[in-house]
Design a protein around this ligand. Structure first.
Ligand SMILES: Cc1ncc(C[n+]2csc(CCOP(=O)(O)OP(=O)(O)O)c2C)c(N)n1
Ligand SMILES: [Mg+2]
Length: 401
């Protein structure tokens, strides 16, 4: 009798549990948006900063999670290809900094342009219109499906409205100001996002570019990605003033927690409004961290401890931070995130295989498409005595499409 009583009760408890589970599931399914606090900003020459609260829709949440996870997996596969010597030369990974590119991209409009240093894979992936994963991987492998037909490699990648991929420290900053000048001159409703590292922040041409951008109030968002090291030198050792968001002098600045994608998105929205309202440039310092060394030939552990990297991975990872926020707010389920992770893995692995089996360009194409207009008929090869013919075979340069 007592056994029967327990059996009936156990069944009831099971039923109640099932009900509760489906109720919770329904509750999660029907939460279509949630509000989140942004991380405190620090302001320079601004009375008011970005909003302290932001609304996130479920579809955007899933999209941002997918984009950040794709960048992480893309760089993981590139690392493997590099170790297998399938990718040669320089190679700088973005792992750890995903919330910067994806958070900014989430706020940018199709007309807005960007330019960055050599750490450009994430940006190419975001800006490329066709087969973006293959555009990056094939370029690194050196095959013709690459965004520069395999001729550029890690530091020379372009996409529509994305001006590279630049290997000379700081050199992209005046170029990006030039893009902003073109926007103002042609009265285009667009801003130019100009990214550089903390290690470029004391470069002379950066200050010349700041000056002209402010003098002419150009629509320029300067972004110092402070990942705390310039190659192997910590910011405290390479910079007399590490408050990078104040370094534009009369240019207003904002310090942003770059491990929080929503803070980055909100600050970018604020900056676009600042620029398009005619107030001129703004300078964002985005505080972040890179898990790998400066490039793949730097183990990245001689100037910082293994513990430091592990601590960052475990306690302040941008993707984990975001997924924890989403789960706590009941905006997504763990299951949905797992499904995205599986999809991302398959997509990046498939793209890696497709990029690997691609063919290199023919030798003669090496000297083609250097100029958009065929201004030089002969291009110098390895010595002044060896040249190759120039030809325009692509309709327009990648970044002008
Ligand atoms: C004009 C110039 N000087 C030096 C170098 C060598 N170099 C490459 S990256 C770098 C440091 C850049 O620091 P940061 O922007 O913080 O880059 P991170 O290591 O974080 O990518 C230097 C000195 C270069 N590429 N160009
Ligand atoms: Mg740096």
């Amino acid at each position: 009798m007592l056994r029967l009583y327990f059996l009936i009760n156990a069944q009831k408890i099971l039923q109640i549990k099932k009900c509760l589970k489906s109720f919770n599931h329904a509750k999660t399914r029907y939460t279509t948006e949630a509000k989140f606090q942004t991380k405190p900003y620090r302001l320079h020459r601004l009375d008011k900063g970005p909003e302290p609260e932001t609304t996130l829709t479920k579809s955007d949440a899933l999209k941002y999670f997918e984009l950040m996870s794709t960048v992480r997996k893309l760089e993981a596969n590139i690392n493997i290809l590099y170790k297998a010597k399938i990718i040669r030369g320089f190679c700088h990974l973005y792992s750890g900094q995903e919330a910067v590119a994806v958070g900014m991209y989430a706020a940018l409009r199709p007309s807005d342009a960007a330019i960055t240093s050599y750490r450009c894979h994430a940006w190419i992936y975001l800006y490329s219109k066709e087969d973006p994963l293959v555009a990056v991987i094939a370029e690194l492998v050196g095959t013709r499906a690459g965004c520069s037909r395999g001729k550029g490699g890690s530091m020379h990648m372009y996409a529509p409205n994305f001006y590279g991929g630049n290997g000379i420290v700081g050199a992209q900053v005046p170029l990006g100001v030039g893009v902003a000048l073109a926007f103002k001159y042609t009265q285009k409703d667009a801003v130019s996002v100009v990214l550089y590292g903390d290690g470029a922040a004391n470069n002379g041409q950066v200050f010349e570019a700041f000056n002209i951008a402010k003098l002419w109030n150009l629509p320029c968002i300067f972004v110092c990605e402070n990942n705390q090291y310039g190659m192997g030198t910590s910011t405290a050792r390479h910079s007399a003033n590490t408050e990078f968001y104040t370094r534009g002098d009369v240019i207003p600045g904002i310090w942003i927690d770059g491990m929080d994608i929503l803070s980055v998105r909100e600050a970018t929205r604020f900056s676009i409004n600042h620029c398009v309202s005619g107030k001129g440039p703004i300078l964002l310092e985005v505080y972040t961290y890179r898990y790998f060394g400066h490039s793949l030939s730097d183990p990245g552990t001689s100037y910082r401890t293994h513990d430091e990297i592990q601590k960052m991975r475990h306690t302040n990872d941008p993707i984990k931070n975001f997924s924890n926020q989403l789960l706590t707010a009941n905006l997504v389920t763990q299951d949905e995130l797992h499904q995205i992770e599986a999809k991302v893995k398959k997509e990046v692995d498939d793209a890696t295989e497709r990029a690997k089996i691609g063919k290199e360009i023919e030798m003669e194409e090496l000297t083609y498409d250097i100029y958009a207009n065929d201004v030089m008929k002969e291009i110098r090869l390895t010595t002044p005595f060896r040249t190759g013919p120039h030809k325009v075979t692509v309709n327009r340069s990648q970044n002008l499409k």
